[in-house]
Design a protein around this ligand. Structure first.
Ligand SMILES: [Mn+2]
Length: 426
């Protein structure tokens, strides 16, 4: 199904006057503090986040999976769902595809549909963490496997992903490796790293000149003794050995508890080595929870580093890719993605409000209390009217979730696709 802009505007009407009151109140306050409100709104409007094709169906755990009904059955239906998200939130304008889950059977048809919905193709994702009928098994690893024939197969798969992405107009390849070992002695720690490096070099060599490689890291899971790329340092080291267009991808859930992720972001930007972001949230590990649902202050601090790193010229904002990477076990995925997009917009906006001049002066003076006051002044400000205004100006809904519910969109999707329809993915 497709949502027209007219329908959204019609549903916005009854909510506009109270929104305007709240916006005026906040705008007056921010203007008095020296902020350029129009420029803030423009920055929020411009900030768009990609949605991965695997986030639109119900995810599962190793214990089970509970369908939500009306899940997209095909790549085309996944694009339609992202079209709905875009129409409602105006905060996402691209999809990140996964191969082999999303191999397009009709490339020009898929491109046409995406263009019609205003959706572009973000980085492509390869998959060497599970078997799907290929000749050799990835049970004991892929790009870093001790067997050359398996490494070759994994390299060939990544090259195939690049070829599919080229046809669609993507400009990046995301590589996440499940490679590692579960037991001491199972694999050679040094050799597996070297094989991974050689495999990545072979893949990079086949990437078009205007593509980038986004190399993800993860400290554990599915392997629990060692993972070949456990942290940003190892990812960075491999990227440097591969080429200039290979950079580190930070997935918020891929850190041990209490890791200072904002420091990692600052360090990577310092070296112009940040490829992009995978947004989610977690309490314990890679929990795939809704972005900002557990640690909104951490998300704000991360955005403070991103905003200051870009404003100071450490790394260009435009060179960084943004994507939500979450899986949905309990919530309707479309509603969950709307909540995530809202929180990303809110924390980004709060980071834009930080008085960086004052903060810098506090840092030089050693005024620790003053520095914290600077951050809290921005973090405690309720910026939702600004985020809402940016959405309305872009043609989105005043309140996306209430429109989604009012129009009974999930019910309509179930009527069309069935209660048992199942989306490809995790
Ligand atoms: Mn990820």
């Amino acid at each position: 199904m497709k949502l027209t802009s007219d329908k959204i505007q019609e549903l916005n009407q009854s909510k506009l006057s109270s929104h305007q009151e709240e916006l005026n109140f906040l705008s007056n306050r921010l203007s008095k503090e020296g902020h350029d409100v129009e420029s803030l709104i423009q920055k929020i409007k411009d900030f768009q986040i990609a949605v991965p094709s695997w986030a639109l169906g119900a995810g599962g755990t190793r214990f089970g999976r509970f369908g939500i009904g009306g899940e997209p059955r095909t790549l085309e239906e996944k694009l339609e769902d992202i079209g709905l998200l875009k129409a409602l939130t105006q905060k996402t304008d691209s999809v990140s595809l996964h191969i082999p889950w999303d191999i397009p059977s009709d490339v020009s048809g898929v491109k046409e549909l995406a263009t019609d919905l205003g959706i572009g193709f973000d980085a492509m994702n390869s998959n060497t963490f599970q078997d799907y009928g290929q000749a050799e098994t990835y049970k004991l690893g892929s790009l870093g496997n001790a067997k050359k024939s398996i490494r070759d197969q994994a390299v060939a798969h990544n090259i195939e992903v690049i070829e599919i992405g080229e046809k669609l107009g993507s400009k990046g390849l995301t590589v996440w490796l499940a490679d590692g070992s579960n037991f001491p002695g199972q694999s050679s720690l040094r050799n597996s790293l070297q094989w991974t490096q050689e495999s990545l070099q072979a893949i990079y060599g086949k990437m078009p000149g205007d593509w980038k490689m986004l190399l993800e890291y993860k400290p554990y899971e599915p392997n629990f003794y060692h993972t070949i790329i456990p942290d940003w340092g190892t990812s960075s080291l491999l990227c440097k050995s591969v080429g200039d267009r290979a950079k580190v991808l930070v997935d918020l859930g891929h850190h041990l508890p209490n890791t200072n992720i904002e420091q990692i972001v600052a360090t990577l930007m310092y070296q112009d080595m940040l490829a992009g972001f995978h947004f989610n949230d977690s309490k314990y590990g890679d929990d795939d929870l809704t972005t900002g649902s557990i640690k909104p202050y951490q998300l704000f601090l991360i955005f403070c580093e991103l905003v200051s790193g870009a404003e100071d010229g450490a790394q260009a904002w435009e060179s960084i890719s943004w994507m939500i990477d979450a899986s949905h076990n309990t919530k309707d995925p479309i509603e969950d993605l709307m909540q995530a997009l809202e929180m990303i917009g809110v924390c980004f906006t709060k980071a834009l409000l930080v008085d960086r001049k004052k903060l810098s002066a506090c840092q030089i003076e050693g005024d620790v209390v003053g520095a914290q006051e600077c951050l809290q002044a921005a973090f405690q400000c309720d910026v939702r009217p600004l985020v809402k205004e940016a959405r309305i100006q872009n043609g989105g809904a005043c309140d996306p979730i209430s429109v989604y519910r009012e129009l009974e969109i999930r019910k309509k999707l179930i009527n069309t696709r069935g209660a048992d329809s199942r989306s490809t993915g995790l």
